[in-house]
Design a protein around this ligand. Sequence first.
Ligand code: C6P
Length: 404
Amino acid sequence: MYDIQKIRADFPILGREVYGKPLVYFDNGATTQKPRCVVEAMSEEYYNVNANVHRGVHFLSTQATELHEGARETVRRFINARSTAEIIFTRGTTESINLVASCFGEAFMSEGDEVIVSEMEHHSNIVPWQLLAERKGIRLRVIPVTDAGELDMDALERLFSERTKIVSVTHVSNVLGTVNPVRRIIETAHAHNVPVMIDGAQSTPHFAVDVQELDADFYAFSGHKIYGPTGIGVLYGKEQWLDRMPPYMGGGEMIQSVSFESTTFNELPFKFEAGTPDYIAATGLARALDYVTALGMDQIFAHEQQLTRYAMEQLQTIDGMRIIGTATEHDAVVSFMLGDVHPLDVGTLLDRLGIAVRTGHHCAEPLMRSFGVPGTVRASFGLYNTTEEIDILVKGLRRVSQMF
Ligand code: C6P
């Protein structure tokens, strides 16, 4: 039983008013709100346990280390990785992708080699590869997107060459809401002996992900988008790749022994975790994953699918509505243009009604260009949103439409 009022009560911020109106929070794609249990787990650790991890023999350090490594095990279970050696804590999806571009690129790519990305990527899955292109002379090949906002899978097949070294694509588009057929992409790439990196920033909060079932080589996500704290994220990587990649940063934690002549590196996953980790955030992330697991990822998915379908239907009844992204496999993100009203004006007027949406290019400028729009208005849903809130959005948009 999905008790939405009980769930909403777990998130204090949802009780807030803005401009004297009840908050309608539809910017979950940017970041999600936090349940009380996540914040409490973090303050509890600060108040009662706090000590640096992996370093001390003393009681608190041992306890903090147990919490930290326990959090890693929670992440492993959540995405069904084979081993905690494959779970690297990072600052978020952006850092995870940069790590792969940098370290995989260093180990396995040279001038003239190619990476396949898609036209719907977030800048975080474009720019790290471009930086690598500048350093090493590699090339980006781009899977085009159809008018409905789906990847052109025939084109993907044609993009492979003997120089293709990796494919890096998003699981779910943060603009279009498209759920990409990543299982098929991985199968296709593996048939060419090419590994695949999946950007899971917008998938993990919405449905269950099993990295072994997908057979993904790398998978990245952010804590703050899945009801956890900011400043922490995850990179999953198969040991067979991580073992052969050089470290990302140097420092404490990632070494076995250091002399001025030479340094040997620590085992996985610590080789990729230089410096004091954000162990408090790791605890918060683990608590968030426990929270969504207790609700049930399948229940969350069903609830959000219902919201998405309802939103698509209702929005289409508004004059001048153009939905950007009408893929068959569609997740909890709806992007649109309202006639020729600038998205920023729509967002500003909705804000005055207490409705938080995101406007602009959503860090996906190439995609905006391909749809010929300066930006969109985007409503993105979370596990606590309701159809009544969608009604408020639709009513607000009718008002905006009448004003223009
Ligand atoms: N998208 C949005 O409003 P970080 O910032 O590292 O937590 O996540 C980056 C990122 C990577 N990939 C995808 C598909 C994303 O959606 C994001 C973050 C936010 O859409 C902020 S731009």
